[in-house]
Ligand binder design. Structure first.
Ligand code: DOR
Ligand code: ZN
Length: 340
């Protein structure tokens, strides 16, 4: 039995670091575990310009210790009014590592999101030309589509046609939650990848609804039925290099979660790598954790893997009920790995 694993320091290819007071409370947890992260731009107002992304990056660095070796990789929030030249300039100046497509009203702070692919066609053409990755929140928002079907319908109605139309577009299908999404990514060509969160590997929809309604298990896309969770675990721990780590850690104040209309989002940053390690251990795939956490993401983003190493040891990690006032994923549970 393996009791110690050493891997290249991982990166988090999808995280919400928030802003203001919340940024100060959560950024440290991510910077402690990860070397680089793709930072989501869904602030209020959203990060749509190069100058806003630069200023946000500065606020993130200011929230961390001066000697941190952490690098936030910034993203542009696409709207119907996004200017292809602004996106291309941000990429050329090394500010934008990617651009994020939120379908309008799909999730937290997405009211300014994109209403149709046609509205951003010129932006997507510019991105295709320069190879800037498009990060996709893959859910339709049509009122007549059941929330558990929104990802699968998005593939048929939006993603598949988009790729047929613009086969050179580089796409990350973010936080996939279904067997359908796994199959889509596996059948697509090499420029289509996906992130998988720790929570979608650990919980199915029962976690949200059995024995009472559990707001801390609520996120978007919502966790699906068990067969989908099993497909995600197979994809994450399998041999495809198209799946990589993206926590989608999305902190909200406790009162905003424990509410008659609770916010979507799971705060998993404090014990993210331990949570993933548990999954890989349970699947007998600890030897593939490094590929998922530290190699596949950089390869897709055309960045070098990190040289620094981290060590995980078998041993109890007790997850507290609160981390700086926020309820973390796995609150009150014990994980089987600890970060040395
Ligand atoms: O659960 C989620 N929370 N899903 C998202 O897509 C956004 C995120 C947030 O920003 O709270
Ligand atoms: Zn997210």
């Amino acid at each position: 039995m393996t009791d110690t694993i050493t891997l290249r320091r991982p990166d988090d290819w999808h995280v919400h670091l928030r802003d203001g007071d919340m940024l100060g409370r959560v950024a440290g947890a991510t910077a402690l575990q990860f070397a680089r992260t793709i930072v989501m731009p869904n602030l209020a107002p959203p990060v749509t310009s190069v100058s806003a992304a630069r200023a946000y990056r500065d606020r993130i660095m200011a929230a961390l210790p001066r000697d941190t070796r952490f690098t936030p990789l910034m993203t542009a929030y696409l709207t119907d009014d996004s200017d292809p030249q602004e996106i291309a300039r941000g990429a050329a100046e090394g500010v934008f590592t990617a651009a994020k497509l939120y379908p309008a009203n799909a999730t937290t702070n997405s009211a300014h999101g994109v209403t149709s692919i046609a509205a951003i066609r010129n932006v997507l053409e510019a991105m295709e030309a320069i190879g800037l990755p498009l990060l996709v929140h893959g859910e339709v928002t049509d009122a007549d589509i059941d929330i558990f079907d929104r990802e699968a319908v998005f593939i048929d109605r939006v993603l598949a046609p988009l790729l047929r139309d613009m086969p050179g577009l580089r796409i990350v299908f973010e936080h996939v939650t279904t067997a359908d999404a796994v199959a889509f990514v596996e059948s697509a060509d090499a420029d289509v990848a996906a992130t998988i969160t720790p929570h979608h590997l650990h919980i199915n929809r029962n976690a949200m609804l059995v024995g009472g309604i559990r707001p801390h298990a609520y996120c978007l896309p919502v966790a699906k039925r068990e067969a989908h969770r099993q497909a995600l675990r197979k994809a994450a721990t399998g041999t495809s290099d198209r799946f990589f780590l993206g926590t989608d850690s999305a902190p909200h104040e406790r009162a905003a979660k424990e509410s008659a209309c609770g916010c979507a989002g799971i705060f998993n940053a404090p014990f993210a790598i331990e949570s993933y390690a548990q999954v890989f251990d349970d699947e007998g795939a600890l030897d593939r954790l490094e590929a998922f956490a530290s190699l596949n993401g950089p390869a897709f983003y055309r960045l070098p893997p990190n040289e620094e190493r981290i060590t995980l040891k078998r041993g109890e990690t007790i997850v507290p009920d609160l981390v700086d006032g926020i309820v973390p994923f796995h609150a009150g549970e014990t994980l089987g790995w600890s970060l040395a």
